[in-house]
Design a protein around this ligand. Structure first.
Ligand code: 5RP
Length: 223
């Protein structure tokens, strides 16, 4: 079993009957969703899922997981999702899979947020992984210029054919190649205030539990 599968399965243990569960996106969250599907089938687990991307929605539907949109639920009990980087003080970046907008909305209305990662995602400081910023297409070249002026090394994320990648909300992603983020809160606040920015991948003060897959000792949970 690989580390992503290990943490995906481990995280599903926190899901109890009757919960409304935020279903994250990505290759690690994939295993958690599969495990929920298995528990529903084999153990009679009964939950409602709130998905964070079209990809996860498709997977969950195929497994027969009942779904509601974030607007149809009062709150989410627990959201389980992957991350691109987690710093020593448990701040994170997300959006490598371009699902950051729905992921942040679902996380915001969730009582508990569990992140599941393999050990390669644990870093001292955030920033080596490009930081995604979701922007509306109109004015995106202006934002690129602004980010360049601010020395944030921006690059529009493209598909294999060279066209801008479109998110589930039909926006663009600008990745910031920063190497190191010295003050994540300052950068998050600045990005929050730029016109045309829909959301960014800095997920600060959000996680309540991190489950790490390590090759040495298997699963390590930090609460
Ligand atoms: C998608 C995400 C993912 O959770 C993040 O990119 C981690 O993905 P993976 O588990 O495939 O490494 O934020 O937008």
């Amino acid at each position: 079993m690989n580390l992503k599968q290990l943490v995906g399965i481990e995280s599903a243990k926190y899901i109890k009957d009757g919960m409304t569960v935020g279903l994250g996106t990505g290759s690690t969250a994939y295993f958690m969703v599969e495990e929920i599907g298995r528990r529903m089938k084999e153990e009679g687990l009964n939950i409602v899922g709130v998905t964070t991307s079209h990809a996860t929605e498709e997977q969950a539907r195929a497994l027969g997981i009942p779904l509601k949109s974030i607007d149809e639920v009062d709150h989410v009990d627990i959201t389980i999702d992957g991350a691109d980087e987690i710093s020593a003080d448990y701040q994170g970046t997300k959006g490598g899979g371009a699902a950051l907008l729905f992921e942040k909305i679902v996380a915001t209305y969730s009582n508990e947020n569990i992140w599941i990662v393999d050990e390669s995602k644990m870093v001292e400081k955030l920033g080596a992984f490009p930081l995604p910023v979701e922007v509306i297409p109109y004015g995106s070249d202006q934002l690129l210029r602004l980010f360049t002026k601010k020395e944030l090394n921006p690059k529009i994320r493209t598909t294999a054919d060279g066209n801008p990648l479109l998110t589930d909300s039909k926006n663009y992603i600008i990745d910031l190649y920063l190497k190191e983020i010295n003050d994540p809160k300052e950068l998050a606040t600045w990005l929050d205030h730029q016109v045309g920015v829909v959301e960014h991948g800095l997920f600060l003060d959000i996680t309540t539990r991190v489950i790490i897959g390590t090759s040495e000792s298997g699963v390590k949970t930090i609460e």
